[in-house]
Design a protein around this ligand. Structure first.
Ligand code: AR6
Length: 181
């Protein structure tokens, strides 16, 4: 399999890419977390981010009072190489008839707007909702790419946007989509 980064968009000579890896290792301004509405920790990417950031992250999350699905809140990155974490709660997939697509688009849009307002230059997203929340990766990847491209077309920040896939199947789905569009 070809695991090289794939292009989502290019603006002012900067490539916005999809790549394979562990988001907790990236030294970007912001990594995005995919927690549940309590923001008090869990498995998947959420568990990995809390383990790498250390217990101070959970302490700050406790003070945030949760977060509604489709919305986002920002904390410090503590022991992570990333300076900040944006926590956004993706929808649980319930067959597609409960506003899941609109809510997932809302996650990407809210994170990018928050990054813009905070002067953030580089952001890395995981594939939100496509793990424990079972959102089909193909639909989720279309939504992610559409919202990211629309934001990049209209706004100066963030300058760099990455989508980090943890497993080969997710990466291959994104790569296929990006070859078609
Ligand atoms: N780096 C990048 N991506 C990762 C990493 C990592 N270190 N670890 C996992 N992924 P999930 P969700 C991928 O389940 O579906 C939690 O318990 C993973 O392979 O983390 O939004 C929360 O507390 C998948 O492709 O998030 C919530 O209760 C993607 O991240 C619930 O799960 C998302 O999978 C949220 O479920």
């Amino acid at each position: 399999m070809d695991l090289r980064p794939h292009l989502i968009a290019e603006r002012h000579g900067v490539r916005h890419e999809i790549l394979v890896g562990d988001i907790t290792k990236l030294a970007v301004d912001v990594i995005v977390n995919a927690p549940n509405t309590s923001l008090l920790g869990g498995g998947g990417v959420d568990g990995a981010i809390h383990r790498a950031a250390g217990p101070e992250l959970l302490e700050e999350c406790r003070r945030l009072g949760g977060c509604p699905t489709g919305s986002a809140k920002m904390t410090k990155g503590y022991r992570l190489p990333a300076k900040w974490v944006i926590h956004t709660v993706g929808p649980v997939w319930r067959g597609g008839t409960h506003g899941e697509e609109r809510l997932l688009a809302g996650c990407y849009r809210t994170c990018l707007d928050l990054a813009l307002r905070s002067g953030i230059r580089s952001v890395a997203f995981p594939s939100i909702s496509t793990g424990a929340y079972r959102f089909p990766v193909e639909r989720a990847s279309r939504i992610a790419v559409e919202v990211i491209r629309a934001h990049l077309d209209q706004n100066p920040l963030p300058e760099s946007v990455l989508v980090v896939c943890f497993d080969a199947a997710t990466y291959e789905t994104y790569a296929r989509l990006l070859q078609e569009t």
